[in-house]
Design a protein around this ligand. Structure first.
Ligand code: AMP
Ligand code: MN
Ligand code: MN
Ligand code: MN
Length: 281
């Protein structure tokens, strides 16, 4: 793809196939209406929405990239690695995702037990009502159920009070290793991207180590622009991209019209000197 054309690219968002609230088709329609030229759907640990999204995008003349956002455990924390331009039928990728999804269901049962101990019965069933894909249950589905029950008023506060480390509904979980996740993405012909590097509550030294390790494992790109990055973070991660020779991605991480701070295609532009990740698609 031509590096010199400034595209409205949005390379990270979610549908009802994971924890978004729009169907894959509606995500594509909204992206198109918002002026997106190049879209990747990147559901958590799931590729099941890609075929229908690609189909609609084709009808609209919107360029579509197959994506996925893989949950990874790294130094005791959870980080997310996006795979772009993957072959969604690649066997080792599919086997890896299947393993992560079965772990999600087990974790969800433990989350429900923890919530039950707080006096919230049947939370598994309640959260599952929000999960349109029964194989993919997320903390976001529990969050929506807790808001329905009026335990909190919105997503940020329900996470802050109940669903993050140190809070009663939090359950530690072992996701994929960084090495395995990158291996699956690369085997499937994809480009690996560190998602929203500014969101992890890790030390500066650890963040540096994450970039080093990612680079050593042939990791290729980072989200310089993300719906969860402010101006200073964009400048900081642009510097990291230059320093490490990472390609740069731009992403809204859109989940929902009412919950997401940044709509599809509305994240700030990439700094012009960086090499956009889509130049290698
Ligand atoms: P999980 O992968 O099931 O642990 O759920 C993580 C998802 O919960 C993220 O992808 C977000 O969609 C959502 N999430 C996590 N933290 C927050 C937060 N502080 N506020 C709103 N949503 C959050
Ligand atoms: Mn999510
Ligand atoms: Mn994420
Ligand atoms: Mn995401």
């Amino acid at each position: 793809m031509n590096a010199h054309v400034v595209l409205n690219a949005d390379l990270h968002c979610h549908s009802t196939v994971s924890d978004g609230t729009l169907s894959p088709v509606d995500v594509v329609l909204r992206a198109h209406a918002n002026g997106v030229d190049l879209l990747a759907l990147t559901d958590h640990d799931e590729v099941g929405g890609l075929a229908e999204a690609r189909n609609v995008a084709g009808n609209l003349g919107l360029q579509f990239i197959n994506g996925v956002e893989i949950s990874v455990s790294w130094q005791g924390d959870t980080i997310h690695i996006v795979g772009l331009n993957i072959d969604p039928n690649h066997p080792s990728l599919l086997a890896g995702l299947a393993q992560i999804k079965s772990g999600r269901t087990i974790r969800a049962q433990k989350i429900a037990q923890a919530l039950e101990a707080m006096g919230i019965p049947n939370a598994f069933e309640g959260a599952m009502r929000y999960a349109e894909n029964a194989e993919l249950i997320s903390r976001a589905h529990f969050a929506r159920y807790l808001i329905e029950l009026k335990w909190a008023r919105d997503m940020p506060s329900v996470f802050q009070h109940y669903l993050v480390r140190g809070k009663p509904g939090y359950v530690a979980h072992e996701w994929a290793s960084l090495k395995d996740a990158l291996g699956w993405i690369h085997d499937a012909g994809g480009v690996s991207v560190i998602a929203h590097p500014g969101r992890y509550r890790i030390s500066q030294a650890q963040r540096q180590q994450l970039f080093e390790e990612f680079k050593a494992l042939h990791g290729m790109a980072i989200e310089v622009v993300s719906g969860s990055h402010g101006t200073a973070q964009i400048a900081g991660f642009a510097h990291i991209a230059r320093q490490y020779g990472f390609l740069a991605s731009r992403a809204s991480d859109f989940h929902s019209v009412t919950e997401s701070p940044i709509d599809l295609g509305r994240a700030p532009p990439l700094p012009l000197d960086l090499i956009p990740v889509w130049t290698v698609f």
